[in-house]
Ligand binder design. Structure first.
Ligand code: BYC
Length: 477
């Protein structure tokens, strides 16, 4: 083992890493490669900053969120699983009632590895997507928040790599290396899932991403937290505690943008988007277009509406439904059906399919319910200013690349169109090149005076961890 990794001190963990020779040997190669990846692909020019970050140093209530200034390359990326619960069982599928697996069941090995790799791949991808945004942050508060999200996505990568190293031997180590080799948006070696190859070019996109796409993370992690493979379940359960802050950053970020815009619209008594833009804020129509884009690419992340993969993940006991153990049915789903949307004769219709094959769709529907509640909260913010504009989720089939709606051209209202008709409206529904140029032009420099905010966003209601809003969240040295 290289002597420069002091396990106890540098890698906080509750997996007895200090005594696990197998894991130590695997990390000996991977940890330096991870640091190389962080220096290359982590947040630009950030390596020497002192950032007021939370670090998980244990899973106890007073240990999972310890706040202090940290230079990000020295962040203590740790390995944590929630403590085991005695006698946990596989709670669904054909193995229901068996003791939860503490080791990888041989017959499910490749399926399980694929799930872990797919989950793990998203984590570094999002850091890569966001790496330039620190250069144009609207405040020190927001800069600190994006860095917090970035280091925790790094930790979530560690969480999946722990599982690969600890439970999958040589092919686990190879997969762990490949997680550091793929690159978001790379033509030859892209990230696995679509949304993680899309650029996140500005802060509105970042907040939308953390609201919509991190929430896919929440729902996928929740399903994996039901897994009969106990180490995966316990790892994902702990990751969920961190995920909440990421979604908070997204929801409040978009909320603060619409608040600022709507307040200025009310104050100046204007509603023409050009007049709104002239005040140096983002018009609500553009916010709607970003919403349409991020919502639709995130819906794709749930996979096909009809999926035999999802059925296998469930039947074997590897991936459950959202809050599986709270659902009052047989947890086998052999006779149940579920409604999925599809296009027939130029219209969207629902059809009943076996519930086992519709598990991606069901999770997507659970997700949509929660997303709608967030959009309603943004609309409340707008409503308070007296402005009549309301944000809306587009139809589930709008701009989809995966599943039943892929290949169809569906308007935000749910109308099935020809490709030409759809294209003629495209720039009304999704950000155009000109929209991106406008938003990015607003975000050219970063605001570095404590307590000051860019013109296009309202300040938050409160600071981080009881600190004031004008706290020096990042010191540039
Ligand atoms: N893009 O049977 P199907 C997060 C592939 S986010 C490209 O419908 P399945 C985070 C699919 O892989 C949460 N390809 O799919 C958020 C399959 O390919 P193969 C991430 C796609 O397997 C923000 C084929 O199409 N975690 O944590 O039922 C920041 C047939 O597909 C896409 C997970 O996703 C796509 N969108 O379901 C940081 C959980 N969708 O195998 C982090 C683990 C499908 O035929 N993953 N394909 O070559 C899974 O549970 C499943 O893999 C999926 C797909 C739900 C993603």
């Amino acid at each position: 083992m290289t002597s420069n990794i002091d396990y106890i001190d540098k890698i906080p963990n509750n997996v007895d890493l200090g005594r696990d020779r197998v894991l130590q040997r695997a990390l000996e190669h991977w940890q330096p490669a991870y640091m190389g990846w962080w220096y290359d692909m982590g947040p630009t020019e950030s390596h020497n900053y002192d950032v007021y970050l939370r670090t998980a140093i244990s899973v106890d209530p007073d240990g999972w969120a310890v706040f202090d200034y940290v230079k990000m390359p020295q962040y203590r990326w740790g390995i944590f699983l929630v403590p085991p619960t005695g006698n946990r069982e596989v709670n669904f599928g054909i193995n229901k009632g068996q003791p939860a697996w503490q080791d990888v069941p041989g017959e499910y090995r490749s399926m399980l590895r694929r799930l872990i790799v797919t989950q793990g791949d998203t984590e570094p991808a999002s850091v890569e997507q966001q790496r330039m945004l620190g250069m144009c942050a609207p405040s020190l508060y927001d800069l600190r928040n994006i860095y917090q999200v970035n280091v925790e996505e790094g930790r979530h990568l560690w969480a999946m790599v722990y599982l690969l190293h600890r439970y999958f031997g040589r092919d686990g180590r190879e997969e762990a290396e490949a997680l550091l080799e793929r690159r978001s948006g790379d033509v030859d070696n892209p990230r696995i899932l679509g949304a993680f190859n899309e650029p996140t070019p500005d802060w509105l996109a970042f907040y939308m991403f953390t609201f919509f796409t991190d929430r896919d993370g929440k729902f996928q992690l929740s399903s994996l937290a039901e897994s009969g493979f106990d180490p995966l379940a316990r790892t994902c359960r702990f990751m969920l505690t961190e995920e909440a802050h990421h979604m908070f950053v997204g929801e409040t970020g978009v909320g603060r943008i619409v608040q600022r815009t709507a307040e200025l619209m009310a104050q100046h008594k204007i509603d023409d988007p050009d007049h709104v833009r002239a005040l140096g804020v983002i018009d609500l129509q553009t916010v709607q277009k970003y919403l349409n884009f991020h919502y639709s690419v995130t819906l794709d992340l749930f996979g096909g509406d009809i999926s035999s993969n999802a059925a296998s993940f469930y039947t074997t006991g590897l991936k459950g439904r959202y809050e599986e153990t709270r659902i009052g049915d047989d947890h086998l789903l052999t006779d149940a059906t579920y409604k999925v949307g599809t296009v027939k004769d130029g219209h969207v219709v629902d059809e009943d399919i076996p519930a086992l094959n519709a598990l991606n769709e069901r999770l997507r529907d659970d997700y949509i319910g929660e997303v709608q509640a967030g959009v309603d909260r943004w609309n409340k913010t707008i409503e308070k200013t007296g402005i009549p504009f309301r944000l809306q989720l587009p139809h589930k089939g709008f701009h989809r690349q995966i599943g039943n709606f892929a290949g169809h051209h569906i308007s935000p209202g749910g109308e099935v169109m020809s490709a030409e008709q759809w294209k003629a409206h495209r720039d009304e529904w999704m950000p155009s090149a000109a929209d991106y140029t406008f938003v990015q032009a607003m975000m050219t420099g970063r605001v570095v005076v404590p307590g000051k905010f860019a013109n296009w966003i309202a300040p938050p209601r409160r600071g981080i961890h009881t600190q004031p809003i004008d706290f020096e969240y990042v010191r540039f040295n």
